[in-house]
Design a protein around this ligand. Sequence first.
Ligand code: NAD
Ligand code: DAU
Length: 366
Amino acid sequence: MKRMMVTGGAGFIGSNFVHYWMEQYPNDVVLVVDALTYAGNMANLDPVQQHPNFMFVQADICDTPQMEQLLREHQLDTIVHLAAESHVDRSITGPDAFLETNIMGTHSLLKAARQVWITEGQCPAQHRFHHVSTDEVYGTLAPEDPAFTEETAYAPNSPYAASKAASDHLVRAYHHTYGLQVSTSNCSNNYGPYHFPEKLIPLIITNILADKSLPVYGDGKQVRDWLYVTDHARGIEKVLQQGRVGENYNIGGHNEWHNIDIVNYICQMIDKAFATDKALQERYPEAISAIAGQSARLITYVKDRPGHDRRYAIDARKSSEELGYQPLESFQSGIEKTLNWYLDNPQWWRAVMDGSYREWIAKQYA
Ligand code: NAD
Ligand code: DAU
């Protein structure tokens, strides 16, 4: 039985991970620590709020004494560390917050774990600090390059990727220097429910439903490797259970898509959904292009992201051979679940998009 701290558990991947974990391991204790930045949302944790072994603390991971106190007070033995500033575009316009949370925040958490687990001896051997990282630390690939392996040299290109690379190195250093029992997973692009609509897939879905333009950066020929978020949660589970301490594991979807093809695919799916389910027209009367079966007319090519990485692709052989990890969702099944979730939860994304979600949450939890 684990007693787990999940940092960033009110964000996209963190909340999906917590839903998955509490369903699989209802006897485990899960304490979510989240600062509730713009990306954190208590509503994401609705499915587990009533669970007797679930706890939430609003806190900043940079607050080392508070992190130590939480580890002691709740006798925690596992950290799954997801808290981060995660959006590349924001790291280009405002890198400081990325360095603060992703580098200093990770270091703060490592210090707290070392202090309580090793120095104070709360669980000197049986502990785990699992760090959730990204494929972006490896930089960019040309079209014919082999996919990233765990041996690929780090070459981060955005302030976000550089901050995640720095945090990966700190995690590694705390293992080698202090014997902290760490593991790291480097995952490709996730998609699924509760994905903040500043990221490509939820932005495209919600913009079509609001009949807004669909911004495609540059020529739209960049490639990303998409993984359904619950498959990422399952990958983290495998690393926690079977992964070797001190190792990195790549997690990916074997699912490379050009951005423009993803955008067109979503347009077609939504056009089809509106054509076959007439009730959608009443629920979304503002989705004029989708109702006309012409969502693709909203596509607008815009100025490229500075330093935009051309292609990411994950070679996940180590995870599959060593841990027996395989994604369960096909892209078709995953994107259908995702679209249906957004169609069924307009109150969530409307509140997030118009900035009123904080008031909405305050009312929900008053
Ligand atoms: P997200 O932005 O949706 O969520 C991040 C969460 O961290 C939010 O709830 C936020 O409130 C919280 N947070 C931010 N700063 C904090 C701080 N100082 N203290 C405590 N909490 C803080 O991000 P996400 O997409 O769910 O990503 C989660 C993790 O997974 C990140 O570490 C990211 O680098 C990594 N990752 C993401 C993807 C992806 O496709 N989204 C892929 C690979 C790896
Ligand atoms: O690869 C893993 C990474 O995936 C994670 O580490 C990051 O936290 C996560 O945000 C994601 O980064 P990307 O930059 O790949 O995701 P994003 O959804 O922002 O963009 C996906 C692609 O779509 C990218 O090539 C940029 C492009 N794009 C994005 C937006 C928001 C557009 O063309 N138009 C857009 O409006």
